[in-house]
Design a protein around this ligand. Sequence first.
Ligand code: UDP
Ligand code: MN
Length: 297
Amino acid sequence: ILSEPNHTCLVGGLCGEKKMAGVVRTDVMMVTPWLAPIVWNGAFNIDILNAQFHKRDVRIGLTLFALKKYTVFLKNFIETAEKYFMVGHKVHYYVFTDRPQDIPSLSLAEGRTLNVTEVTSYKRWQDVTMRRMQIISENCLQRFIYEVDYLVCADVDMIFSDHVGVEILSDVFAAIHPGFFQLPRQKFTHERRPESQGFIPKDEGDYYYTGCYFGGTVEEIYKVANFCHNAMMADKAKNIEALWHDESYLNRYFLYYKPTKVLSPEYVWNNYYGSSVYVPSKRFVHVEKDYVRIRSD
Ligand code: UDP
Ligand code: MN
């Protein structure tokens, strides 16, 4: 597939040909001010993208952390990922856990593998989520760089419920948090204390990105994860912890090193926010959980 058959004309209607449905949406922002695409439903032709990525025989790593009681989320995550995530492409799931005996055996489609790595846990849930950055950065150097082209880093308490494919891939991508896409930047819950490495001044911040979903090439994700881990350690030495942990450091990184692609909240929804007319398809959704119970030892 070389091109979109109905799309030959740059300016809609002028040449009298049928326009490609949905390429231009006037209800949502489709490009960031630094000219990165914002990915919305209907804004791309998946057949063209699949052909392009197949030509490169692209390998995609998905990092997942399931420590302590969070191992319960793995089965549904992987089963739904098999149905909707990067179908037809080479996928390596990298599962990090402190309870390898609790990882269920799951059947995967051809071209897809799952690898379990044992890691040590931390007492506080905040440390468990933040230390993901250290483990990701170390593994970028030790193995990801040799095994995959792109990495997708996701929370495990999620399920896929619609297509998520190569349209999300780019040098470095971030996803807009579903609770903030209609709010002005003053409402973003960035870290506002100047003494923290996660600091973002009140009048700055492009979007409020979620900490539960980001990705890019292994080289770029190494930079992201390494920055976040070092920022966290520098804060720790001063006895500070950014407001939303790894998410705050991630937002700080993306303020100064802009993502090359931004995913709309279709790509990471939370039913806590109900539904939105802007998000007809909730592709990747947080599972409801009992916070106190699931985070207890
Ligand atoms: N996590 C884990 N075990 C824990 C706490 C967190 O494995 O005890 C991992 C897991 O991948 C989880 C992520 O850290 O999805 C982020 O934590 P959580 O989902 O609780 O944060 P939230 O999405 O509620 O902000
Ligand atoms: Mn989560």
